[in-house]
Write a protein that binds this ligand. Sequence first.
Ligand code: 5RP
Length: 222
Amino acid sequence: MNLKQMVGIEASKYVKDGMIVGLGTGSTAYYMIEELGRRVKEENLQIVGVPTSIASKKQAEGLGIPVKTIDEVPYVDLTIDGADEIDPDFGGIKGGGAALLFEKIVATYSKKVIWIVDQSKMVPTLGKFPLPIEVIPYGHQQVLKQFSDLGWQPSLRKNAAGEIVVTDCGHYIIDLHLEKIDDTHKLAKQLDTIVGVVEHGLFLDMVHTVIIGTPEGVKTIH
Ligand code: 5RP
């Protein structure tokens, strides 16, 4: 069993009958959704899933997990998601899989959020992983220039075929190659004020528990 699978299975133990569960996105969240699907089938677990991407929605539906959108539920009991980097204060960077907008909306309306990662994602300071910024296509070149003028080393995300990556909501992603973010809250506030920015991948003060996969086993921190 690989580390991502280990933490996916461990996190699924926090899911109880009757819960409304936010279903994260990515290669780690994939294993958590698989395990929930197994429990729905084999243990008759009764849950409603709120997927954070088209990919997670398709996966959950394929496994027989009933799904609703965030607007069809009163709240979310628990969201389980992956992350790209996590600092000691449980601040994180997300959006490596381009699903940060729905992920942040679902996390915001969740009573509890758990992140599942392998130990390589735990860092002393955020920023080595490029910070994803979701932007409106109209005017994105102007936003890119603004980011560049600010010294943020931006790049417009493209796929292997060289095509611009389009998110589930029809937006683009600009990755900021910052290397090190000294003040995450200050940067988050600044990004919130830039016209054309829909959302950024800094997830601060949102997470309650982190489940880390290590070669020695699973480590859970609160
Ligand atoms: C998608 C995300 C993912 O949770 C993040 O990129 C981690 O993915 P993985 O588990 O595949 O490493 O934020 O937008």
